[in-house]
Every structure is written in structure tokens, then in C-alpha cells.
Design a protein around this ligand. Structure first.
Ligand SMILES: Nc1ncnc2c1ncn2[C@@H]1O[C@H](COP(=O)(O)OP(=O)(O)O)[C@@H](O)[C@H]1O
Ligand SMILES: [Mg+2]
Length: 455
């Protein structure tokens, strides 16, 4: 090779290597390889075919061959009579067909080659780590026999193509490994959340079960007075009710998570559901000396009536349970444009910002005692999941010393009715700011976004 030619080869090689390093797609790199060789071998037309996983030769690059020819060759199966490329890949060595019209290996492809004016084809296997990954073909429009210089050029450029293929495969492998890693991590996290859930459930059931066992044993072995017997039985009843409530919540949660809970979405008058819920909660509110108010215009929502009540009961009972005596819990309906909002606002102690993320973690009561009327720490998780399953959102914000504000937003049923002012902002609306102290503008409470996947 003359020195000016060696320089040209080197220049092409460098350009291709730079393209590879820059992360160009394989097809673009192979195009450059082919074009470079065509420039160095006048009157040639080159192509690269690549083996796919099924062992079939696929189009890699052929920028100057007629497209119809490339299409006809795409999907070629290697074999002893598969033209130059299929045979070269089959044998693992170069195949030179100086004239395809007379070459026996071209019998099946003579017509298609003839249609596109291709007369000679010399193909060399491309190797990657010693296995054949494709072929590098040089076509001529007249019978042609490659000389030493031609062979040397093809050797170099086939090598360059193999570098590009190898680089591409390594990148794909890295990508596949990365995707697999991510999937594994996600599965591990879900698994971890699940075992945490099961552990917490076990702890949660243990206390009332121990209570049942203990009092049953006392009833059996001790000579109790009628009053003592009644007390023991009452404790057993309470513990059983508590267990039943936990099991109901766990099953509901599992059903929502699995998308197996049947929802009958329809037009529901939210204010009616609220009125009913407040009646159910009234005894608890009276015991705790908390006033519960219901305000706001009637609002219709798209919901499952029973599940909406479950959500409201959960939220209002939290508000009542965590509020001090003589305070007020407000439930406010706010019809809007295409949606309706239910606010549950209390004047309780509020929740410190650092605990907000734990609010939606199953069984996490943020250190609060379950007490006699408390729950298992599933209420908020379940309320949020139920709301989401009804295409709504549940957000909680809280300010320590001021109170907690839960916002449930649901879609309004049917088309938007005209005359409703759009752009009603969710969140704090007039008159529902928790314990609005005079002169203090209502602070925008932090929203809680923490969530955890249960079973
Ligand atoms: N309105 C509220 N005010 C203050 N703390 C609350 C309020 N609602 C919920 N919390 C806190 O969040 C925890 C989890 O609530 P929840 O999921 O309903 O479980 P549970 O009511 O069974 O304890 C409660 O134990 C309590 O510590
Ligand atoms: Mg609760």
C-alpha cells in the first residue's frame, strides 16, 4: 500500500472509531465503514449483513446498493449454496464469486442479482471474539477478481465493522443488565415491604389475642365474682372486635391493591354520605366532647357510595380521636369544575413534618397508642387507596399546634354543568383553615406524600 493510500485508510479508520466512541447507532457506523471502502475501491458497491439470534442474515448497511436488492437479500439463511455472503458465513471463510452468472453457489440468487446489474460478489465473514457475526460483501457490475490490495482493504474494514458490532453488543448487554438490576431491586423492595407488612400485622394481632387468651384462662381457672366475669367477657369482646376490624381492613387493602375490589361508581350525593357518617360518629364525638360541623353546598361526586362512606368515616374518626375536648371538626363540601372536594379539618395537635411521610405506612400510628377506640394504623392507607380506586386523590396537610386538613378530591359525575366557576383551587378554602388565629395568615401546610405498598 502506498503511503498516501495508507493515510487515507487511517483517516477513515479514525473517523469510524470516533463515531463509535461518540455512541453513534450501529447502522450509522456500518454505513460509514461501507462508504469508506467504496471510496477506496472505485466501482465497488459494498454491504454488511449481520447474523441475528435465530442465525439469519439481516440487513446491516448497504448505502449504495439498490434498496430492492437489500430487501430481497434480508433474511438470508447461511448454507453451502447461499450466494457469497450466506456461503461465507456458513464456511467461516471468504467466498469469491468472480461471475455470479456461472457460480453454482449463486444459482438461487442469479435472477435477483441480474435484475440489479450485479455481476461479481466477494464476501468475507465478520468475526467477533472468534465467532462469525456477519458478512462483508463487495459487489462489482462486471466480472471481478480481487487483488492483494483489495483483500488487504477488506480485511481492515471487516475488522472495523467487527469492532463496531462488538461495541454495540457490549452496550446492549450493559443496558439489559441495568434493566434486570432495576427489576430485581423493585422486586426486592416490594418483597421487603411485604415482609414488613406481615411482621407489623403479627404484632398488631398479638396484643388483642393475648388479651383474649389471658381473660379466657382467668375465666376457666379463677373463681371470679359476677362483676369480674362481666369485665373479663367485655375485654374479650373488645379484643375480638379489634381483631375483626384489623382483618377487615387488611382484606380490603389487599383487595384494592390487587384491583379485585368491586366498585360501583355512580352519582353519589356527598353531603348525604357525610350526614350519615357524622351520625355514626356522633357517639364517639360526644364521648370525646368534640363538636362535628358539616358545611358547604350539596356536592355530587362520582364514587362508590359505600366506599366513600368508609373513607369519610376513617378521616372524621381520626379527626375526632386526635382532637382535644371542646374543639371542632369541620367537614366541608366544595363543588368545583368537573370535580368536588370534601375537606376534613380538625383543630388537633397536628402532625410534625418529619412524621408526615410515615402517615401512609400500614400499621404506623406515629407512636400514638391504639387505645380503646384507636385503629391499627391502616385507616389512612386504606382511605387513600379507596379514593384513588375511585379516580380521586387524598392529600393531607398539617400544622403542629393548628390542626390537620385532609382533602379528598373526586370527579363530579357526568358532564360539567354550566355556570360553575372554574379554577376553584383545592386545599384551604375560606372558613376551613384549621384554627385560623386572628392576624395570622393561614400558612400553607406541607403536603404529605409518603406511601408504602402493603401486601
Ligand atoms: N387528624 C389527625 N390528627 C393527628 N394525627 C393524626 C390524624 N389522623 C391520623 N393521625 C396520625 O396518623 C396515624 C395513622 O392514622 P390511621 O392510618 O388512620 O391509623 P389509626 O387511626 O388506626 O391509628 C394515627 O395513629 C395518628 O398518629
Ligand atoms: Mg384511623
Amino acid at each position: 500500500m502506498h503511503s498516501h493510500e495508507a493515510t487515507a485508510v487511517l483517516d477513515h479508520q479514525t473517523a469510524v472509531m470516533e463515531q463509535i466512541a461518540a455512541g453513534a447507532p450501529l447502522s450509522a457506523v456500518l454505513d460509514s465503514v461501507v462508504r469508506a471502502l467504496e471510496e477506496l475501491m472505485p466501482a465497488s458497491q459494498c454491504s454488511i449483513l449481520l447474523l441475528d439470534d435465530a442465525g439469519t442474515l439481516r440487513h446491516g448497511a448497504a448505502p449504495s446498493l439498490p434498496e430492492a436488492y437489500s430487501v430481497a437479500i434480508d433474511g438470508l439463511a447461511p448454507g453451502p449454496f447461499a450466494g457469497s455472503c450466506g456461503t461465507a458465513v456458513h464456511l467461516g471463510e471468504p467466498v469469491v464469486a468472480t461471475d455470479v452468472r456461472t457460480d453454482t453457489r449463486w444459482e438461487d440468487f442469479r435472477d435477483v442479482a441480474g435484475r440489479h446489474g450485479l455481476r461479481a460478489c466477494w464476501s468475507s465473514p465478520i468475526r467477533c471474539r472468534s465467532s462469525v457475526v456477519g458478512s462483508f460483501a463487495v459487489y462489482h457490475r462486471t466480472p471481478y477478481e480481487p487483488d492483494r490490495r483489495d483483500r488487504e482493504l477488506v480485511r481492515r474494514f471487516a475488522h472495523l465493522a467487527s469492532v463496531a458490532v462488538e461495541h454495540d453488543r457490549a452496550a446492549n448487554e450493559r443496558e439489559a443488565r441495568h434493566v434486570a438490576d432495576l427489576a430485581r431491586q423493585t422486586a426486592e423492595r416490594a418483597n421487603h415491604a411485604k415482609s414488613q407488612f406481615v411482621t407489623a400485622l403479627g404484632h398488631e394481632l398479638r396484643t388483642p389475642l393475648q388479651s383474649i387468651t389471658g381473660f379466657t384462662e382467668s375465666l376457666e381457672t379463677l373463681d371470679l365474682s359476677p362483676d369480674q366475669r362481666r369485665l373479663a367477657l367485655e375485654r374479650i369482646r373488645l379484643a375480638s372486635t379489634h381483631i375483626l376490624a384489623i382483618v377487615d381492613d387488611v382484606l380490603d387493602l389487599a383487595r384494592v391493591e390487587a384491583g379485585a375490589m368491586p366498585f360501583e361508581l355512580g352519582e353519589v350525593r356527598a353531603h348525604e354520605v357525610i350526614t350519615e357518617s357524622l351520625q355514626l360518629i356522633q357517639p364517639l364525638a360526644e364521648r370525646r366532647n368534640v363538636t362535628v360541623e358539616h358545611r358547604g353546598p350539596p356536592a355530587a361526586v362520582s364514587a362508590d357510595r359505600r366506599r366513600l362512606q368508609q373513607v369519610i368515616l376513617n378521616l372524621v374518626s381520626n379527626a375526632v380521636r386526635f382532637s382535644p375536648a371542646h374543639s371542632t371538626v369541620r367537614v366541608v363540601t366544595e363543588p368545583g369544575d368537573g370535580r368536588a372536594i370534601v375537606h376534613v379539618v380538625d383543630q388537633g395537635p397536628g402532625i410534625p413534618g418529619e412524621l408526615l411521610a410515615r402517615l401512609f405506612v400500614p400499621f404506623d400510628r406515629l407512636g400514638a397508642d391504639a387505645g380503646r377506640e384507636g385503629g391499627a394504623g391502616l385507616g389512612l392507607v386504606l382511605a387513600r387507596r379507596l379514593t384513588e380506586a375511585m379516580n380521586g386523590t387524598l392529600e393531607l396537610s398539617s400544622v403542629v399546634g393548628e390542626g390537620t386538613h385532609v382533602t379528598v378530591t373526586l370527579a363530579a359525575p357526568g358532564p360539567v354543568s354550566p355556570g360553575v366557576s372554574p379554577g376553584v383551587s383545592p386545599g384551604v378554602s375560606p372558613g376551613v383553615s384549621p384554627r385560623a388565629s386572628p392576624g395570622v395568615s393561614p400558612r400553607r401546610p406541607r403536603p404529605a406524600t409518603g406511601r408504602a405498598a402493603p401486601a
